[in-house]
Ligand binder design. Sequence first.
Ligand SMILES: *Cc1c(COP(=O)(O)O)cnc(C)c1O
Length: 243
Amino acid sequence: MPSSDALPPAQLQMQRNLANMRQRIAAACARAGRDPSQVRLLPVSKTVPAEQLRLAYAAGLRTLGENKVQEAYGKWQALSDLPGLRWSIIGHLQSNKARQVAQFADEFQALDSLALAQELDRRLQQHGRSLDVLVQVNTSGEASKFGLPASDVPRFVQQLAPCSALRVRGLMTLAMPSSDPAPVRGCFVQLRQLLQRLQQETALGAQLSELSMGMSGDFEWAIEEGATIVRIGQAIFGARPSA
Ligand SMILES: *Cc1c(COP(=O)(O)O)cnc(C)c1O
């Protein structure tokens, strides 16, 4: 067992960040009377080089979130020697990238069109694979955000029923960016209420349980409002170089 001061500084920092994150998740769960095992921490590794992600794997992380397919695909290839490492695509996808996603991803959190769902389903069938998917909802009403308006989601979910390679698990959203908690929480509440409605009103409702909401800057509010997945990048891997 190497002593912890033998670890590279980057790995030590990441382990500290992870421990801190788990503590904050547990505290937010305690405030909301929730069990921390109901909240999955999805580390978002976009812009972090593949070689550095070996440290994340060594620290025990087994699923990584990426918003760009090309980048994720490259890392999947570079890290294919690591057993049990899974990939979650959390960013908008164009139909022409469905082929790649079908090949290697385990989860896709940004489903927002039927044409894309059908293309993913077709490609997945070819590979004999299936994919966990979340429907992305635009809860903030910002034109710059992807995702379906909440009012379109019940019908959309019904239309996904024939896509048998897609396992529809729940909903994902990005909240309004604001330091004022009210509009941010409002987005999370909207997603939670929409999920409840789907559970009651749609045939697929019984298999829907996931609420992916909350990032480094707002995950505590998201947990208090019912998040089951929080997507955390910078608070684990450090600040990203600004684009
Ligand atoms: C980058 C990203 C995150 C994580 O953001 P951080 O601020 O780094 O925690 C979460 N969700 C999506 C869709 C992202 O693109």
